[in-house]
Write a protein that binds this ligand. Structure first.
Ligand code: NAD
Ligand code: ZN
Length: 369
């Protein structure tokens, strides 16, 4: 194993934690958990990840002397539900997980959000380790402390801020991830460059294939993204301001997910984000805020990585401009027909535009469709 990379998240009130990134780190989870003083660990995972990595993680924890159990939920977004939440909490209680013990979230963002929320709620707060196994989870959802489940009334509406004690990103686990999930996660990687780091975006243009093939570039990219996200989270933990920049591409992306009924066979989150990123740049260029050349460069790079960048690429269609605008208006970032968008002045220079006219967006979408 090469030397793991480390990113620290210096939150106040003793809640600071480390993110460790490297190939093979899952085997060290037992030592890490023991060092945190836990006597028991409740692993929460999904059935797919359980089959691939469950035994290894359990063996590492048991070898370090921890009592350990494993709860798995069906893979997929539907598991971020009240019923799975209750099953996970009751399962952890049955395992006698105490305040001083640990919950281990082993899996993608679904498991991280669900297990993190269970940890936040159980006994009014049990410590937890994020062991993310998708690219999206390693660069985004495992860092920052947002946990939660979905309500029938909308995504992520029930939840809590609960920071992990440690994030252990074993980048070798991405070797078993489907290409489609890998590409979807890559949209979020590119996003960090587009938000605030033009050099990183340029580096991605030169090195993206190494991220996919599992070269050292993969670890470097995950570390760079975690550094960027940790920086934003430390400055704005509860999303009162700057943290909103992380939503670049997401106002359009979420609308597309809504219009495709969150059916992952049609569109997964990262694909919606890729189209959203390309749209955010083209829209910025149309408003005269950003050079058209930058918008072209963004779309070209995402397309090269195998991601969609146009509304026409949404399987089954993205609906008309009216439906799209409606879907956007359901987003929490809308007030009186004025939309809050994250737009860009150039690659690496995004900003919060709080007062975009809905009519302007509609005209843009009509031209795009
Ligand atoms: P996911 O957790 O559903 O994982 C995608 C699929 O990959 C699943 O079928 C899973 O079983 C499989 N899988 C996971 N790891 C694997 C591996 N190593 N090898 C093979 N298969 C593997 O989806 P995701 O994209 O990781 O996460 C999406 C979720 O993350 C959404 O619910 C979203 O709301 C949430 N999210 C949360 C935050 C946050 O800040 N908390 C941020 C972004 C996204
Ligand atoms: Zn996202």
């Amino acid at each position: 194993m090469s030397q793991p990379l480390r990113v620290s998240v210096p939150l106040n009130q003793g809640r600071d934690y480390d993110i460790r990134i490297g190939r093979g780190l899952l085997d060290e989870i037992g030592i890490e958990a023991r060092d945190l003083g836990a006597r028991a660990a409740g692993i929460v995972t999904d059935e797919t990840v359980a089959g691939l990595y469950g035994e290894r993680v359990k063996a590492s924890l048991e070898a370090a002397g921890l009592r350990c159990g494993l709860i798995s939920v069906p893979p997929g977004e539907a598991s971020k539900s009240f019923s799975e939440f209750a099953r996970v909490c009751d399962g952890l209680l049955a395992q006698k997980i105490e305040r001083g013990d640990l919950v281990v979230a082993l899996g993608g963002g679904v498991v991280g959000d669900l297990a993190g929320f269970a940890a936040a709620s159980l006994r009014r707060g049990v410590r937890f380790i994020q062991a993310p196994t998708t690219l999206l989870a390693q660069v985004d959802s495992s860092v920052g402390g947002k946990t939660g489940i979905n309500s029938p009334l909308g995504k992520n509406l029930i939840g809590a801020f609960h920071q992990p004690r440690l994030v252990l990103a074993d980048t070798a686990t991405l070797d078993t991830l489907s290409e489609r999930e890998m590409r979807a996660g890559y949209a979020e990687v590119a996003k960090y460059g587009l938000i605030g780091d033009a050099d990183f975006f340029e580096w991605c243009e030169a090195n993206w294939s190494g991220i996919f093939s599992g070269g050292p570039e993969r670890d470097e990219a995950v570390a760079a993204c975690c550094r960027a996200k940790a920086g934003v989270v430390v400055r704005d933990e509860r999303e009162d301001g700057e943290r909103a920049l992380l939503n670049l591409g997401h106002t359009f992306g979420h609308a597309l997910e809504r219009l495709t009924a969150y059916d992952s066979a049609r569109l997964v989150h990262g694909e919606g984000v890729a189209i959203g990123l390309a749209l955010a740049f083209r829209f910025s260029a149309r408003l005269g805020l950003c050079p058209g050349q930058d918008a072209g460069r963004v779309a070209n790079h995402l397309a090269l990585a195998g991601l969609p960048t146009r509304l026409q690429q949404v399987p089954g269609g993205a609906g008309d401009a009216h439906a799209l605008l409606d879907a956007m208006a359901q987003d929490k970032k809308v007030r009186d027909g004025r939309l809050t968008f994250i737009l860009a002045r150039s690659i690496g220079q995004s900003f919060i535009a709080p007062d975009i006219d809905g009519g302007e967006v509609r005209a843009f979408l009509e031209d795009e469709l």
